[in-house]
Ligand binder design. Sequence first.
Ligand SMILES: NC(=O)c1ccc[n+]([C@@H]2O[C@H](COP(=O)([O-])OP(=O)(O)OC[C@H]3O[C@@H](n4cnc5c(N)ncnc54)[C@H](O)[C@@H]3O)[C@@H](O)[C@H]2O)c1
Length: 251
Amino acid sequence: MKRFEGKVAIVTGAGGGIGSAIARRLSSEGAFVIVTDVNVEAATQVASDIRSEGGNATVISADLSRKDACFSLVEQAFGLHNRVNILVNNAGINRRGNLLSLSDEDWDISFTVNLDSMFHLCRAVLPHMIVAGGGAIVNTASQWGLYPAPNHIAYNTTKAAVAAFTQNLARDYAPDKIRVNAVCPGEIHTPMLEAGVKRSGRTIADLDRLVPFGRIGKPEEVAALVAFLASDEAAFMCGSLVEVTGAQAVA
Ligand SMILES: NC(=O)c1ccc[n+]([C@@H]2O[C@H](COP(=O)([O-])OP(=O)(O)OC[C@H]3O[C@@H](n4cnc5c(N)ncnc54)[C@H](O)[C@@H]3O)[C@@H](O)[C@H]2O)c1
């Protein structure tokens, strides 16, 4: 029996590095995956890869910076499957800058995409999970939300808020058997990290040297943790912030 046989999972940011690995992992273990991203082309490619591997995936494009899009995504998922067992809030953006160099717009959009989207999506999905007698929510925070790296005040603050949001939601809805946890990845090799490396003038090899384990992480290594937290094997995990960093404490 696969861990997610018969379960429906929404994965946001599923066109990206970590999100696509999560979508593939959940699908490989039996889930019906809703692959959602603002980048329709990327999401379509991921869903098509999943299907060619024998999995079940549907694309729903959504710009999660819009509240109505968050609610519509959940409604469409229910229209298709009549249930959502797992919500993975993974979509995110990373705007660089310190307090004085960051624009107002970068501060606002960071909160809109990284935090408000999960607020709206959780509000849309939670009533259904409560009626169903339980569910699992996994949020993607970051080690930078726990130990801030320099020059990323907006990103780091949103990720600290994601950690706090996760613990609050877990505390309030544990009696309803909704398990809410967050993963806090370190440096993971994805398009977001590639863009950051380019901006900073560093190389992947430079980042590898910063990690005590000797290399940066792979999206699949985050996906394995997300799958565990979403599964019944993590039945007593609720409100946990789990780091996956190769022992790197601060970037
Ligand atoms: N890569 C890392 O080193 C790292 C480390 C810690 C945390 N994270 C977090 O992991 C998550 C995934 O990041 P990634 O590295 O895979 O980046 P990525 O850029 O490859 O993927 C992010 C995805 O989110 C989507 N997205 C952005 N804005 C959106 C919006 N408004 N609506 C819908 N989708 C939107 C993008 O289109 C993209 O496909 C993010 O929350 C990120 O902050 C990444």
